[in-house]
Design a protein around this ligand. Structure first.
Ligand SMILES: Nc1ncnc2c1ncn2[C@@H]1O[C@H](COP(=O)(O)OP(=O)(O)OP(=O)(O)O)[C@@H](O)[C@H]1O
Ligand SMILES: [Mg+2]
Length: 375
């Protein structure tokens, strides 16, 4: 895993943390650390164990095994209110009969802070989320985005060391969601506390996070910065889940020499690859990951040599998607792949046209093949 040792105590550390519900293994020996002030996301498909992980950190769920350290202290046995964490949900969970101010004041009042301290914290939190002007409104008189801001203020007002957010923007429409993403990131930077953010939206995770743990089936498949995860996926699942990917089953050719690996493409051509993940280390077949945005199309076969890898293809479909045009292609041995282009003029891309798809070998990655084996 890609974690550099740090001098400071991490805000949160999970060590082999698991949660079983009867026969269901919801979380399966997760280990990770979240640094002070880091925006850390748990990203994965529905049911992969994101919320369960978050609920264990918050103290609403007891781990079956493993350890959980908050600011270096053993935290697994602490009740939720004794933890320096706060959980923000997708559904806002505001009290409908209370004003915005009272909603935000609820936590500090329960913690028996002085009136002046409560008042100053509430104002501070509401100003942080730009909702101070709405302090006397009821939640029903607010828009979705405004309610979400109040929910965020409720999380911030207790001054947690770690703020836990479970799909907090899930109920918002796409445009508002994008606006709130930027705002959320700015607020996080300003207050400087660690965020652990749960989402199944890969674009959201890429936009917001300092680092991302990609989860699948209760386990962390890859952990790294957005760039690392997008540019160097280490498993087939990650390549497919994050961004668009062509996954081409190939035979692994030459592994010798200077450490560069070449593969045999459908149709028999060979190509170097950019990186080789441990998951494909010693296998005879593997999956070549090639982003559609990296695929160029040409009438002529590019000259042989190390600069471009190429396969002959036939255009199957041309799909206008707004800012890009996606071209679905069929290559030798029934392989299908997509190219996406932002070229304005794609009128010459007719269905049935024979072309060459080519790419820079350094931009491809080798991960494990499909379970069924040979390409
Ligand atoms: N209280 C429970 N009892 C039994 N099984 C549970 C319980 N809570 C969660 N699970 C199971 O644990 C697994 C992980 O659930 P979890 O809610 O953590 O997933 P998630 O990644 O948050 O998914 P989503 O994106 O749909 O919210 C699922 O298979 C779920 O059915
Ligand atoms: Mg969930």
């Amino acid at each position: 895993m890609n974690q550099s040792p740090s001098e400071t105590t991490p805000a949160l550390e999970l060590v082999e943390l698991s949660k079983h519900f009867g026969n269901v293994v919801a979380v399966d020996r997760i280990s990770l650390r979240v640094e002070q002030g880091e925006f850390f996301s748990l990203l994965g498909p529905s049911g992969c164990g994101k919320s369960t992980t978050l609920r264990m950190i918050a103290g609403f769920e007891e781990p079956t095994s493993g350890r959980l350290l908050l600011d270096g202290q053993e935290g697994s046995r602490l009740p939720p209110f004794k933890r320096n964490t706060n959980l923000v949900f997708q559904s806002y969970a505001l009290f409908p009969h209370m004003t915005v101010r009272d909603n935000v004041a609820y936590g500090p009042r329960r913690a028996r802070l002085s009136r002046t301290e409560v008042a100053s914290r509430v104002e501070d939190a509401l100003r942080t989320v730009r909702m101070w002007e709405y302090a006397d409104r009821l939640p029903k008189a607010l828009s979705g985005g405004q309610r979400q801001r109040v929910a965020l203020a409720r999380g911030l007002v207790n001054h947690p060391a770690v703020l836990l957010l479970d799909e907090p923007l899930g109920a918002l429409d796409l445009k508002l969601r994008r606006e709130m993403q930027i705002e959320l990131k700015e607020i996080q930077r300003r207050v400087g506390i660690s965020f652990v953010y749960v989402t199944h939206d890969q674009e959201e995770a890429l936009t917001l996070s300092d680092r991302i743990a990609v989860m699948n089936g209760g386990r962390v498949e890859q952990l790294g910065t957005p760039e690392e995860i997008y540019n160097r996926p280490t498993t087939r699942f990650c390549a497919d889940f994050i961004g668009e990917a062509n996954l081409i089953e190939v035979r692994v050719g030459d592994r010798s020499g200077d450490g560069r690996v070449s593969v045999v493409l459908p149709g028999g051509g060979t190509a170097l690859v950019g990186s080789v993940s441990p998951s494909s280390a010693d296998s005879a077949t593997a999956t070549l990951v090639l982003r559609p945005s990296r695929v160029a199309l040409d009438d002529k076969e590019p000259p042989h040599g190390a600069e471009r890898a190429a396969i002959p293809v036939e255009v199957r479909r041309v799909i206008f998607q707004g800012s890009v045009v996606r071209v679905d292609l069929e290559g030798p041995e029934g392989v299908s792949l997509s190219a996406s282009t932002s070229e304005a003029d794609t009128s010459d891309l007719r269905v049935g046209r024979r072309m060459w798809a080519h790419w820079a070998p350094g931009e491809t990655h080798l991960v494990e093949p499909t379970k069924s084996g040979t390409p």
